[in-house]
Design a protein around this ligand. Structure first.
Ligand SMILES: Cc1ncc(COP(=O)(O)O)c(C=O)c1O
Length: 401
């Protein structure tokens, strides 16, 4: 068993994370603990709104608000003009889908493992707009099979390809770059859900060849709840792409029967925004850049791999993660017992985890023969001792202790 070593920065990361003092937080794929800098940015802006008024406070912090786009762009390897802020990742994804606007007879090509809300959106497009939904097959080792997808793209000419980079209910990392190359070569629009990726590992948008990429603040990026973002490529902007239901922030009502698009990705935003949360997201993005995304990936992946090895030693526990590359999300089935009960028992001991159910990933869970799973998602600020404590508590619960 490879036990991850303790990096010299760990004490500082934990000192910057007040929630670590009392909790073993292994639910970073749900919502991570915020660093103090993010919390302070939010609290300071709420205070300013109380003192100045909401509109006046936003004006007073206009430079800081612009810097949020700059920080997110750095995180993605993009430019600030390509970043839109949205209320969450789901909405960012929906805005992109509405801009891509698949219609009757169009083919939307996706994966077996795409996130549940995305799958529901695809099915809604099928029901309401007559879009054909096809899921490319998985490779034997797990994850979408790029060769099979390549053949389907060549044969069926999809209107778009949509792929969840890290589906929420397992450690699977989809080959987004290989799929991006296939889409680029075929000239097929490509939409990526990077909700679980932002803050967990580096993103280099130039290697993805995607038109849109959706993300959220509260997960591995460690920002507040209720805020997300969308990357929109220069190509999509230049082609005049915009969400179907665009408002007076995304466009200007220039004549009685005409509107003019906002030039940059902000045409995908709404007029009204939670500016305190935006500033909190900016602080968390800067914190992530300061820690380093390579560091975040290497440490969180190593802690997850250690977690898998320890869990696999517990009688009755079946680790469910499959795929050529596994990330910082660990899932395990517990001898048929409901994971939600264990999650609550752990929470009572100050250990935070989560418990995806079948409906969170119908295809994947059915294939694995699991009705529910316990999900542990460590981040770089977690420790080996915390994992040991969680595994021992799980073992105790299984033994009926
Ligand atoms: C892969 C993935 N995509 C999208 C989402 C939805 O994100 P949000 O709740 O910010 O809309 C989640 C949430 O768990 C997710 O795991």
């Amino acid at each position: 068993m490879t036990v991850p070593t303790t990096p010299p920065e760990l004490a500082r990361w934990r000192a910057d994370t007040p929630g670590c003092e009392r909790l073993v937080h292994l639910n970073n794929a749900g919502a991570a603990l915020m660093p103090a800098a993010a919390h302070q940015a939010i609290a300071a802006h709420l205070q300013l709104e109380a003192e100045l008024g909401g509109y006046e406070a936003a004006d007073a912090r206009s430079d800081a608000l612009l810097q949020v786009y700059v920080a997110l762009a750095r995180l993605l390897g993009a430019e600030a003009r390509n970043v839109a802020l949205t209320q969450n990742s789901t909405l960012a994804f929906a805005q992109a889908l509405s801009a891509l606007d698949p219609g009757p007879g169009d083919l939307l090509l996706t994966s077996q493992a795409d996130y549940a809300s995305n799958q529901i959106m695809y099915l809604s497009l099928a029901r309401r707009r007559g879009v054909e939904i096809v899921r490319a097959p998985d490779a034997p080792e797990g994850g979408i099979d790029p060769e099979a997808l390549h053949a389907m793209v060549a044969r069926r000419r999809p209107a778009l390809v949509a792929l969840t980079w890290v589906p929420t209910n397992s450690g699977l990392v989809q080959p987004v770059e290989a799929v991006g190359e296939i889409c680029r070569d075929a000239g097929v629009p490509y939409l990526v859900d990077a909700c679980q990726v932002a803050g967990q590992m580096p993103v280099d948008i130039s290697r993805l060849h995607c038109d849109y990429l959706a993300g959220t603040s509260r997960k591995f990026l460690r920002g507040p709840r209720g805020i997300g973002f969308l990357y929109v490529s220069d190509g999509a902007l230049a082609a005049g792409a915009h969400p179907l239901l665009i408002d007076m922030h995304g466009a200007t009502w220039s004549d009685p029967d005409a509107f003019t698009l906002t030039p940059d990705a902000r045409r995908f935003e709404s007029w009204e925004n939670a500016y305190a949360l935006i500033l909190g997201l900016g602080a968390s993005a800067r914190y992530a850049l300061d820690v380093g995304l390579d560091t975040a990936r290497d440490r969180s992946f190593a802690l997850a791999s250690y977690t898998r090895e320890r869990l696999a030693q517990l009688p009755g526990v079946r680790v469910l993660d499959r795929g050529p590359e596994l990330c910082a999300i660990v899932t395990a089935e517990l001898a048929g017992r409901p994971a939600s009960e264990l999650k609550l028992a752990l929470r009572a001991q100050g250990i935070n985890t989560s418990s995806p159910e079948r409906e969170d990933a119908v295809i994947d869970m059915d294939r694995k023969g699991a009705a529910s799973a316990l999900r542990l998602s460590p981040h770089y600020y977690n420790t080996v001792e915390e994992i040991d404590r969680a595994v021992e508590a799980i073992g105790g619960w299984l033994r009926g202790a």
